[in-house]
Design a protein around this ligand. Structure first.
Ligand code: MLZ
Length: 265
């Protein structure tokens, strides 16, 4: 169960609204995930986006794949939607006149790449092209508004999708803030990022939507809270603003207070 978090109750309690699905570059019905662990495919190297590499599916979550580049270590896994334009069937690179590249940080000597490639593909289960989906079109413009709720990938813990709020707008960019986490996980992304989803996405894909954190966010007028200050259930829809640079990136501690709200523990 998804922590028993209920968007319906939460939106009511926080007096907030969900960003309309027309704001997102996501398909209205999440794409079916027919991949299997062990299947191989081609993927852009996230650390060197001009490289196309061989990747293996090492996990599945909702409409996303957990991928590991062949010849890389297990510390650099990344997640992609099955309708991502950054993944394709094996053979696509060659067809378009490209060459498969070793991943950044290839664990062997560069000279052993051709042989490594032969061996890694020999007898491999290649993901069939019919299970890849076409990337949905991007909305024409940034239609998000500050305060709108959404579901977003926690980029520091990319296996998590969490409830969030649009904290600010900056041209084509949106500030994604995570409810109940005081800004430590905030990031700016383009409005057409594949890491943000409409409210209800996880319920449709079967992903485990994380419940909001329990760190209170104080209104601007009360100044910036310091670590260990007032903690109340994070029902305040106002996103965290103006935290001092020293506090950036610090992980909040574990939940200390028993709370009642729209989710149970
Ligand atoms: N292990 C981490 C998870 C935080 C996830 C926050 N997502 C917005 C912690 O408890 O700090």
């Amino acid at each position: 169960a998804a922590g028993h978090f209920s968007w319906e109750k939460y939106l009511k309690e926080t007096g907030s609204t969900a960003a309309p699905s027309s704001c997102f570059k996501q398909s209205l019905t999440p794409p079916l995930n027919e991949f299997k662990v062990g299947m191989k495919l081609e993927a852009q190297d996230p650390r060197n986006t001009t490289s196309t590499c061989i990747a293996t599916v090492v996990g599945l979550t909702g409409s996303r794949l957990r991928l590991r580049l062949d010849g890389s270590d297990n510390k650099n896994d990344f997640w992609r939607l099955v309708d991502s334009s950054e993944i394709q069937p094996i053979g696509s690179c060659e067809k378009s006149g490209g060459m498969l590249q070793p991943p950044l940080g290839f664990r062997l000597n560069a000279s052993s790449w051709p042989m490594f490639l032969l061996k890694t593909l020999n007898g491999a289960e290649m993901a069939p092209s019919r299970i890849f989906h076409k990337e949905p079109p991007a909305p024409e413009q940034n239609s998000f508004q500050v305060g709108m709720k959404l579901e977003a990938v926690d980029r520091k813990n990319p296996h998590f999708i969490c409830p969030g709020t649009v904290g600010a707008l900056r041209g084509v960019e949106v500030l994604v803030t995570f409810d109940g986490w005081r800004g430590a996980f905030d990031y700016y992304c383009r409005y057409d990022s594949r890491d943000i989803f409409p409210v209800g996405w996880c319920a449709l894909t079967g992903d485990n939507l994380q419940p909001p954190g329990t760190k209170a966010v104080l209104p601007k007028s009360l100044g910036t809270p310091t670590e260990g200050s007032v903690e109340t259930p994070a029902m305040n829809p106002t996103p965290t603003v103006g935290r001092p640079p020293g506090q950036r990136g610090r992980k909040p501690g574990r939940r200390k207070t028993k709370i009642t709200g729209s989710w149970s523990q």
